[in-house]
Design a protein around this ligand. Structure first.
Ligand code: F6R
Length: 256
């Protein structure tokens, strides 16, 4: 793992955006894996600015998303499809025909999982963007006894429902289940770029970065096994964390 310590979250977002833009520049038709949630929003905003300045081009890129709330149609403002259209796909000019994302309102969840698993088996993601939940989840791979190989339907934990309720008008409206890519799909990506910030994520990041077990109880610990994973974390988040010997630590250039 390569850990790049940034001066702040804004710098993490800039460097994450540049990392993604560089991948598309190198391979314009790349398959990019995207995440939702609050954390990547400034990185997406930076990518949109890069597109406007002519520094990035997504018109040929293909995308796949980690997850989606079960039951929500893409037209629902709380759906991840809506989020992606709003923050990235539309303003960055991603071709809707090149987008793969779980259909939250699919009438038959088995058929939807079959479609997603077939996609995943046939396409290897070039660069997967990840962030992390308070409980160490990646995508919606919640703490469990196992690592799932591919897309599956998951029951969200009470902690995740509570944490995500901030975006809904009441906690009762938060879906209880979600479609998510499996840890296996995530690990098959050629490369991973990871961004996180905030004190609430420190405990999970400690499990990822320090010497210790790779355990499905903290799903993100599986990233210790990934051969090409870069993490952009601000100095405030890594305070008090002692990265293990398997982590290559760098300081981001101050002016980057
Ligand atoms: C969502 C996803 C999740 C989020 C995580 C953190 O696609 O991959 O793992 O990254 O729940 O969410 P925020 O950034 O809102 O704290």
């Amino acid at each position: 793992m390569r850990l790049v310590i940034t001066k702040d979250y804004a710098q993490s977002a800039r460097l994450t955006a540049r990392h993604i833009a560089a991948a598309v520049k190198k391979k314009p038709e790349a398959l990019l894996g995207f995440a939702t949630g609050s954390t990547p929003i400034p990185a997406y905003a930076e990518l949109v600015e890069m597109v406007k300045r002519g520094e990035a081009d997504f018109t040929k890129a293909h995308t796949v998303n980690l997850d989606e709330y079960a039951g929500l149609p893409g037209s629902d403002p709380n759906s991840y499809r809506f989020f992606m259209d709003q923050h990235l796909f539309v303003p960055a000019g991603v071709n809707p025909a090149n987008v793969t994302i779980p259909r939250g309102d699919a009438p038959d969840s088995h058929a939807e999982l079959k479609r997603l698993r077939e996609f995943s088996a046939a396409h290897r993601t070039d660069l997967q963007l990840l962030s992390i939940g308070v409980n160490g989840h990646i995508g919606f791979n919640e703490p469990a006894d196992i690592f799932h190989d591919s897309y599956h339907l998951v029951a969200l934990t009470q902690q995740t429902i509570q944490s995500n309720s901030r975006l809904f008008s009441s906690i009762a409206e938060v879906p209880t289940h979600a479609y998510t890519m499996g840890a296996g799909d995530i690990m098959r990506a050629h490369s991973i770029v990871f961004i996180a910030t905030g004190d609430s994520k420190r405990q999970a990041m400690r499990a990822v970065l320090e010497d210790g077990p790779v355990t499905p109880e903290v799903q993100a610990t599986i990233l210790k096994f990934h051969p090409n994973c870069t993490l952009y974390l601000d100095a405030a988040l890594v305070e008090g964390i002692a990265p293990g010997l398997f982590v290559q630590v760098e300081q981001a250039p101050k002016d980057a």
